[in-house]
Each structure stands twice: as C-alpha cells, then as structure tokens.
Design a protein. Structure first.
Length: 180
C-alpha cells in the first residue's frame, strides 16, 4: 500500500496519529536512526524540539511547559539533574497536549515530549517524527501534505547526519549514562 493511502485511511478513521513505527514512509529514517549513537540521537532530538518549542511559544505566549521540558532534558543529558526531575517536566508537556483542542498543537506537544525522552532511551527517537509529521498532516490536510512530509523527513535525515559528525557528540558535558 502506498504510504499516502495509509494516511488517508487513518485520517478517515479519525486517528490521532498518522504514522507509527511500522509506517513504510519512515523505514529509511528508522534505519538511519538505528545506526546512531545515543548521544547523536539526543543532540538531534533536542535540536528538533527547540524549533517546535519556539512555534508553540509563538502560538501560546506565556505557556512554558514545552520549554521547561526541553531545558530539563538538556540538563538531564548534561548530568545536571536526575531523571525524576526531568521526567516530571516532560510529563507536564504531555499534559499540556491534553488541555489543547487543536490537533496540530496536541501533536506538537507530544513531539516535544518524545524528543525530550530520547535522553532516557533511543527507542523514543522515532516519536518526534511520528508526532511532528502528524501535525503537518493536520495543518495542510491529507491531500496537500505529501511534498511537505517528504521534505520534512529529509530534514530529519540531514540533521541526523549533521549531528553524527558534530564534535559536540564526542565532547562536551554528558551525564555518566551517556558517556558509555
């Protein structure tokens, strides 16, 4: 089945997510993610989350839960705070999603939460694209999103390759569990 057909079916069923770990559209990105170190994935995910946090703050001035989650994840990755503190901040970002009514913004809050959770485990790395791409579908509509989705996925891959080569991946302040 064509990946756009899969999105059409999910949209017709009113699914909240248009993608999953098994989505054919994400296969190449998933393979690229699987080849990266945990630190590369953390740098990549938090970089992507920054952009989304900025978008959310523009739309919701005075709402700082996504920014607080991002800062906590950065501090956790650097070893400045422990997981329970960061986890609470990340969960407040997901809680914000439950308070919103616009599908795009709900997906973006979850995207930030997933990106921040990459510090905990690389298994969360595909979470950001799943939610971020879903937000694009909600924003542009199923029939108008194909080019934007393809472009966005390529951006994920390009940024992943950038962070893989970045000196920040090898040096810098990292929590002990990320120095392995």
């Amino acid at each position: 089945m064509d990946w756009m057909e899969d999105i059409r079916k999910k949209s017709a069923r009113k699914n909240r997510l248009m993608f999953s770990r098994e989505s054919a559209f994400l296969e190449d990105l998933s393979l690229c993610i699987a080849q990266q170190s945990h630190r590369t994935l953390v740098l990549w995910a938090l970089d992507l989350a920054k952009e989304t946090v900025d978008r959310l703050e523009t739309k919701y001035p005075g709402e700082y839960r996504p920014r607080n989650a991002l800062r906590a994840a950065e501090d956790w990755a650097a070893g400045r705070i422990k997981m329970p503190i960061a986890q609470r901040k990340i969960l407040t970002c997901h809680a914000l999603a439950r308070e919103l009514s616009i599908a795009e913004d709900i997906a973006l809050c979850h995207a930030v939460g997933q990106a921040c959770s990459v510090v905990h485990t690389p298994r969360h790395a595909l979470g950001y694209p799943i939610y971020d791409l879903t937000a694009i579908v909600f924003t542009l509509g199923v029939e108008n999103c194909r080019d934007a989705l393809v472009s966005r996925k390529q951006l994920y891959i390009d940024k992943l390759l950038f962070w893989q080569k970045s000196p920040a991946c090898k040096s810098g302040s990292w929590a002990a569990f990320l120095r392995v």
